[in-house]
Design a protein around this ligand. Structure first.
Ligand SMILES: *Cc1c(COP(=O)(O)O)cnc(C)c1O
Length: 473
């Protein structure tokens, strides 16, 4: 090391000196001693590394305190809001459904105050958690009884464990699904303690296949909505109504796992038809399971609706206690379900449905409206055009159905690596912008950008670093 380097390194203030400086006092007040100490240490480490590479005068305490302040402010929560411009409305990795205002308000109230979670206000004694939803779910689905757990995977697990522990669960080979991550039907069955009995073939399963598989060890019949794929061509499956008859004859329940399911007929909103829970119940399945945060548009949850005697057995299963939901989600679920009592205003109030029902013309007009302002913020290094695209519903609902939509299409003037750097810079914004790269362009599908968020979107884009958007980039 040269003489000046050693000298300037020796002049770097100690952590304790910076912590004691007047400039650090506001940081200690705002962020606490532990976090501030870490940030000061990091600022000094950075300075030391800098001095080793390029000898200069050592920064003073004021400069190090300023840098520590920057580091502390840059620690943004990792679960901060973002702009989902991927074109996938129910994006599992981005948290699926965005909740309705009524649900948000109910959740906030439940967080802030004591609530009658398991307390019967009329009688003044202990009540049940499920009481808050039972009537609503009965009215909306036509089922006799209902319960709610952590998610639909938990709902399926709980049903299998309650009715097929140490027994056989019969399922078609065409329905042995994997739904991303670790949810694979055969694995869930094994963990539930059920022996899986596969019937039929991948493409064709007949009523006789189920009948022949029934034994004294059968615990339940399972029908699974093939959410994220479709088998086409030379195919045959046994409908839920016929299967319910076979299960009833054998004296075992049919569990129909709808996956997304829906409480409203979506064909009224220009979407393809997804089976409604009410139809599944009417077809005779004794148990029907579905998700809270897919098409239903609520928080993560799993619903089990069906025969009262079966729901009672589920509620007596000790696993139920491990899979139950808390008061915050329960409040949000109740408020979300309540919206379904007023179908006329559902699309207005439920963001999931509002996004799904948006027409291409509306989104296209928004794209043309935003294009000049976005082009200005992306500077000379990129071109911004408007273009047609296709949105997806996501979360395995209606996998082959796409929705005509419109996007801002961003192309780099220079090399392709500039586009990757732009995508990374957009992800690093205080409110990250997530799009989709395809065909050498970044596509920002505007389906999930409400008009009320447009100003915030443009303001966020203004934070993009100047060196990225300048022509030299
Ligand atoms: C999505 C899905 C599940 C899992 O539901 P989660 O709410 O994500 O746990 C189970 N079964 C089917 C058929 C599904 O589509």
């Amino acid at each position: 090391m040269t003489e000046p380097e050693v000298t300037s390194l020796r002049h770097l203030p100690a952590v304790a000196t910076v912590l004691a400086a007047a400039e650090t006092a506001p940081l200690l007040e705002r962020h606490g001693r532990s976090a501030t100490t870490d940030a000061v240490r990091q600022a000094i480490d950075e300075a030391r590394t800098g001095l080793r590479h390029a000898p200069a005068a050592a920064p003073g305490t004021a400069e190090l305190a300023r840098r520590a302040g920057e580091l502390l402010e840059a620690r943004m929560p990792s679960l901060r809001p973002l702009f989902n411009l991927t074109g996938t409305v129910l994006h599992t990795n981005l948290g699926r459904a965005v909740l309705a205002e009524a649900a948000i308000e109910a959740a906030v109230q439940a967080m802030r105050h004591a609530v009658a979670l398991e307390y019967d206000l009329a009688e003044g004694r202990r009540g049940e958690r499920d009481d808050h939803l039972r009537t609503l779910l009965r009215d909306l689905t036509g089922a006799e009884d209902a319960t709610v757990v952590n998610n639909n995977a938990a709902a399926v697990l709980l049903c299998l464990n309650t009715f097929a522990l140490g027994r056989e669960a019969v399922v078609s080979r065409g329905e042995l699904i994997e739904i991303g991550g670790a949810f694979r039907m055969p694995d869930i069955m094994a963990r539930a303690g059920a022996r899986m009995v596969e019937v039929g073939t991948t493409n064709r399963t007949h009523a006789a296949d189920y009948r022949e598989a029934l034994t004294e060890h059968t615990g339940l019949l399972l029908k699974v909505h093939t959410s994220n794929y479709r088998i086409q061509g030379f195919t045959a499956e046994v409908g839920a109504r016929e299967l319910a008859g076979i299960a009833d004859d054998a004296g075992v329940p049919l569990l129909n796992d709808l996956g997304s399911g829906s409480l409203a007929d979506l064909s009224g909103y220009g979407l393809a038809k997804e089976p409604t829970v009410r139809e599944a119940v009417a077809e005779g399945a004794r148990l029907v399971t579905f998700s809270g945060d897919k098409l239903l548009g609520g928080p993560q949850a799993g619903f089990i609706v069906g025969d009262r005697a079966l729901i009672e057995r589920i509620n007596r299963n000790p696993l139920k206690r491990a899979l139950r939901v808390d008061k915050i989600r329960l409040a949000a679920i109740e408020a979300t379900l309540n919206l379904y009592r007023d179908p006329d205003r559902l699309a207005e109030r439920l963001p999931t449905l509002r996004f799904l029902a948006r027409g291409k013309a509306d989104i296209g007009a928004q794209a043309r409206r935003l294009q000049p302002a976005v082009a200005e913020r992306l500077g000379e290094a990129f071109t911004v055009a408007t273009g047609d695209c296709l949105s997806q519903i996501g979360s395995g609902a209606l996998p082959l159905d796409t929705l005509g939509s419109a996007a801002l299409v961003i192309r780099p003037c220079g090399s392709q690596s500039t586009l990757e750097r732009l995508a990374a810079a957009l992800r690093a914004l205080s409110r990250p912008v997530i799009g989709r790269i395809a065909d050498g362009a970044l596509h920002l599908d505007l389906r999930c950008l409400p008009e009320a968020d447009e100003d915030a979107f443009l303001a966020t884009l203004s934070q993009l670093p100047g060196e990225l958007v300048a022509r030299s980039a």
